[in-house]
Ligand binder design. Structure first.
Ligand SMILES: C[S@@+](CC[C@H](N)C(=O)[O-])C[C@H]1O[C@@H](n2cnc3c(N)ncnc32)[C@H](O)[C@@H]1O
Length: 240
């Protein structure tokens, strides 16, 4: 069995994917997430997809010494193209830019919506992706935040299943940079994420003050600080 360490980001995805039966990992590369889920016995079948042959070979190498040949398929292709309509219940698209995730889901919107759960982990443009998802009628069940190294990773969980414990951060979808929905379970981590982002904006504001930079940039950052403060107040007051 190959030795690998699941990052905090992939561990959170594994936790969220725990209830799946059939899972597809789009842009799988090393294939560690499906390998971990199969080793744990929490998922019955995994389809590992990648647009590039090299990464797909990486994934096959990870599985070489594992005995999961009946429970795995490796498919070369772009995004969700290698999947049939409703073929799996969970689709993971992780470690890619938000724009690329939009491109992948746009390939076939009807097919994208045929999967019960989408676990999306954008590395960039999280706000653009959220805006697009809501605009296309996807239901954001919850946002999740993972602190690892010096970064926060964001996971957007899309699911049609109702969950009463979700709490919308925004009534409307004006500024989705700081998430859309959180739950009781991730409230504390979310507050830490907001404080982290607040600190980042404070640093920028101080730099702008020193450099006598454009007033417009200063205004944008100031507005962001105000948004963070109002969300923080709302989240702390809310009895989740
Ligand atoms: C940075 S790796 C992420 C690996 C893994 N998903 C993770 O989160 O650790 C991105 C992978 O996505 C693949 N990729 C890029 N565009 C893709 C697309 N349109 N369809 C499928 N895979 C794609 C790349 O070949 C690469 O293996």
């Amino acid at each position: 069995m190959i030795k690998y360490k699941l990052s905090g980001r992939l561990s959170m995805l594994a936790k969220l994917a725990d209830a799946s039966q059939r899972l597809a990992d789009i842009g799988t590369d090393h294939g560690y997430l499906p390998l971990h889920l199969l080793e744990k016995g929490s998922v019955e079948h995994c389809i590992l997809c990648d647009i590039n042959l090299g990464p797909l070979e990486n994934a096959k190498r990870s599985f070489r010494e594992a005995d999961f040949s009946d429970q795995t398929e490796f498919r070369l292709g772009s995004g969700i193209e290698p999947l049939e309509y409703a073929e799996v219940d969970t689709v993971v698209i992780a470690g890619m830019g938000g724009g690329l995730i939009i491109d992948i889901l746009s390939q076939d919107l009807k097919k994208s919506k045929s999967f019960e759960t989408l676990l999306l982990q954008p590395m960039t443009e999280q706000n653009v992706l959220r805006q697009w998802l809501l605009g296309q009628g996807f239901r954001i069940k919850s946002d999740h935040y993972v602190h690892e190294g010096s970064k926060y990773y964001e996971i957007i969980e899309i699911s049609d299943h109702e969950n009463d414990s979700t709490f919308p951060i925004h009534d409307c979808s004006n500024d989705l940079e700081f998430g859309y929905k959180i739950t009781k379970i991730n409230k504390d981590e979310y507050i830490k994420f907001l404080l982290y982002r607040r600190h980042k904006y404070e640093i920028i504001v101080k730099q702008l003050e020193k450099s006598n930079s454009q007033a417009s940039k200063f205004d944008i950052c100031f507005k962001k600080l105000n948004i963070i403060d109002s969300i923080l107040q709302k989240v702390k007051e809310e009895d989740l």
